[in-house]
Design a binder for this molecule. Structure first.
Ligand code: TRP
Length: 342
């Protein structure tokens, strides 16, 4: 199968659970926004149906779904250029997921490390949805015939499974129907680490708020968290090699680089030799100038629920216009009577 038969289309999903923090901004939202342009059609989805594979409080789920939408818009997503919506408004995702449940093998699912991590010791008591999660994720992607999927390193295995599902479907039915999707991993986006412990990822579930910068933090909070971030006593190196075994220093340099659209090497060429006492205020100033306009725009949008809901409804309508014919063709391939009439 050649890739050129498919429209270049980017799809990615983000779970509306937990607070959005700098790691989500640099690793997902900013990256997704930067992919908007003539090269790809960009489709982004708040995966509320994935979120409920573990219990979610309904009011909080609604709030978080709207918050992620506000985060996207505040980060520069143009809802006319990109398609932005929440998963449950496009039923074709779950319809295709059922077909994929019948393609994917139990053994494939049992190998998923995210399932093992999330289910923990008591896997018998995890939801069936958590087990089937990767088949729904494959459906999210393939119901748009998406060709490129930007994700973090932790989602690589799920994308390989998506490719396996596409290949097995095409093989079992003797068609060239689903594209074999390319993962777009990493790229310029760094892994953003915990501000108090550079060996752990920044996370919305850490009990201490000082470990992360939230996308809703105001200028004072951002500056304070950077001032108090853990560092080491040495000056900054002039080259990236010098950051080895200095996880906290590396993290702050990476954050500076990502926020200023530079590489770590470029940043070190400028700040190598400086002490943290000098570098931290530079980073704080940069972070405040980039992030506080986003947090105030998010706060404004969160007060405009009707505006957000309208963006999501419109996005869902545009998403369905792509997904519905692909689902119909899938039904037809599989042999469902009544499919293919239109
Ligand atoms: N599983 C992804 C995560 O936890 C979220 C997700 C769901 C996703 N569906 C997707 C990402 C489709 C990319 C494409 O981060």
């Amino acid at each position: 199968m050649t890739e050129t038969q498919f429209t270049p289309r980017v799809f990615s999903g983000i779970q509306p659970s937990g607070n959005l923090h700098l790691g989500n901004y640099l690793g997902a939202l900013k990256r997704f926004v930067d992919m908007q342009g003539p090269e790809f059609q960009t489709v982004y989805c708040m995966v509320d149906l994935h979120a409920i594979t573990v219990w979610q409080d309904p009011d909080r789920l609604r709030e978080k779904t709207r918050e992620v939408c506000a985060g996207f818009i505040a980060a520069g997503l143009n809802p006319e250029k990109s398609i932005l919506f929440n998963q449950s408004q496009v039923p074709e995702h779950t319809q295709l997921a059922w077909i994929f449940n019948c393609i994917a093998r139990i053994g494939w699912m049992q190998r998923m490390t995210q399932f093992k991590d999330k289910a923990g010791k008591n896997a018998q008591n995890a939801s069936l949805g958590l087990f089937a999660y990767p088949a729904l994720m494959a459906a999210d992607i393939l119901v748009y015939h998406a060709t490129h999927v930007p994700v973090g390193e932790d989602q690589k295995q799920h994308l390989e499974l998506t490719r396996d599902i596409a290949i097995k479907f095409n093989h079992d039915y003797g068609v060239d129907f689903f594209p074999v999707t390319e993962p777009v991993i990493g790229g310029p986006a760094p892994r953003v680490m915990n501000l108090r412990d550079g060996s752990r990822k920044m996370s919305s579930s850490d009990p201490s708020d000082m470990t992360r910068i939230n996308m809703t933090d105001d200028a004072d909070a951002i500056a304070k968290k950077i001032r108090k971030a853990k560092t080491d006593p040495d000056a900054l190196p002039s080259e990236v090699d010098g950051l080895e075994d200095r996880p906290e220093a590396r993290n702050l340099v990476n954050i500076y680089a990502a926020l200023s659209d530079q590489t770590a090497a470029q940043v070190l060429a400028e700040v190598g030799g400086k002490q943290f006492g000098e570098f931290k205020p530079m980073l704080a100033e940069l972070a405040v100038s980039k992030l506080s306009p986003i947090s105030s725009e998010m706060a404004r949008l969160m007060g405009e629920e009707a505006e957000i809901d309208q963006i999501l409804a419109r996005g869902a309508e545009r998403a369905r216009a792509i997904a519905a014919p692909i689902l119909q063709q899938t039904y037809e391939i599989v042999g469902m009577v009544g499919a293919g009439r239109s």
